[in-house]
Design a protein around this ligand. Sequence first.
Ligand code: ISL
Ligand code: CA
Length: 560
Amino acid sequence: MKKQWWKESVVYQIYPRSFMDGNGDGIGDIPGILSKLDYLQNLGVDVIWLSPVYESPNDDNGYDISDYRSILGEFGTIDDWKSLLEGLHDRGMKLIMDLVVNHSSDEHAWFVESRKSKDNPYRDYYIWREGKGGKEPNDWGSFFSGSAWQRDEATGEYFLHLFSKKQPDLNWENEALRQEIYDMMTWWLDLGIDGFRMDVINLISKVPELPNAGNGDGKYVFGGEYFMNGPRIHEYLQEMNRKVLSKYDIMTVGEAIGVTPEEASLYVGEDRGELNMVFHFELMDVDSGPGGKWDVVPWKLSDLKRIIGKWQRSLHGKGWNSLYLNNHDQPRMVSRFGDDGRYRIESAKMLATLLHTLQGTPYVYQGEELGMVNVKFDGVSEYKDIETLNMYEEYAAAGRDHSEIMNSIYVKGRDNARTPMQWNGSANAGFTTGTPWIRVNPSYMDINAERTLADENSVFHYYRKLIRLRKENEIAVYGDYRPLLENDNRVFAYVRSLGDDRLVVVLNFFGAPAEVVFDELIAYGNCELYIGNYEDAPRNELEQRIELRPYEARVYKLTK
Ligand code: ISL
Ligand code: CA
């Protein structure tokens, strides 16, 4: 595969509201991030993905942007932001910005104009339709509950919003709108940023007829077939690439809801001129039942193995994978796929080993390197996330049991990831001297950066080592992937190969010991333990029969 800096990088995601508060108002900000640059450099990450810091009324914590070219006052000033870019570059790190252009805020100047009248020059920047028989133009539901349409008083027409009603969808069919977006992207790139993470980018092209998605029973339904990977999506991305992206040495990663590996290769194929990587959702859906995200079912290791294996093999030689198990929209990975009690440390390291030994670019979400865990607030009023709050209201109105709803929030809610970063054991985990905008996870006395930095066997230091090893071993980046022990339902194992070298990865996914016997054992001259999460694993021998301890991870490097 073609060598590229972004393939060899590890990305760290900062959710600015929850990372570090610099001025004591309870809200994380850019000066706060500036005070932690050495921490990030110490971890060894290469690229920072900064979730939105633009002007926003914060209906969806910054994913509703009212001015794409200015920084939200709560987060700081454009000069603070410039210091951030410079501080990262000085330390050899890069910065990618979040690009949210499927929708804007309803407070964006374009929408303020657009809603004024049917013949306003900005009308066509958004998706307006007449109602049908006093109802919405179609039956699509919003990702955040209820209809995806909102009737607007001024003209009596409805506008489309796949997310909240304060996030109207932009009309990409409109060429002037597209050009405004390209100009805005160019403006940021000329300030020196190193790329973009593109929010729900595979939703920007809608089937123009906007057909009904359900069976006419009056329910709002998911209309994904009419807006995921829509008819003009690849045309738009190729245009964006031609006009903007191709002119810079940058990285791009698109969030792509509902893409299969086959579709993904159209977005990231190296000969396609679109994006470098996509975030797919297949792994994030393994514990969703027929009722969707909140209908929680246990995940199965066989599904994880099948999905990861499929993505590894399908993109090999064609395009590049992104590797993540959590972000600001997902529960904490150690609570979801590991054990956040007795084996928290072992399982956090085991999952990290998986992410950093696959082909693709690993993404670390803030706090993951501490092994941060999910949170359980007592009442729904402690929660801040619009998706969670709207869902609660809808489900409660439908008569669902309170404790059942709370339980799915505990397992799946986005605020699990959004509690403040746990820096130390002092008040509010050292995140703020004021009152935090969302409550701190009570686990902070035990789980915090200060403690983990001081302990050489901590999750943090394990991440450092993984990141460093990946830099020193091309095989971890570029090697191909072949599954081992495919039918084992406790252990995930695979081998990566590059030339004559092999990396053998063996991961016990559960809290009970597991014995594995390799039916094929590749005889190599040298065997060396690349990394492991237990102190006393054999260092120079890969036995045919291995007894793995709870959540044990071992990686061996074999050379001729
Ligand atoms: O996973 C999800 C579906 O229920 C949602 O949490 C999420 O909205 C979806 O993954 C899309 O995410 C992105 O766009 C949203 C924003 O709220 C998310 O934070 C963002 O990552 C709208 O901009
Ligand atoms: Ca602040």
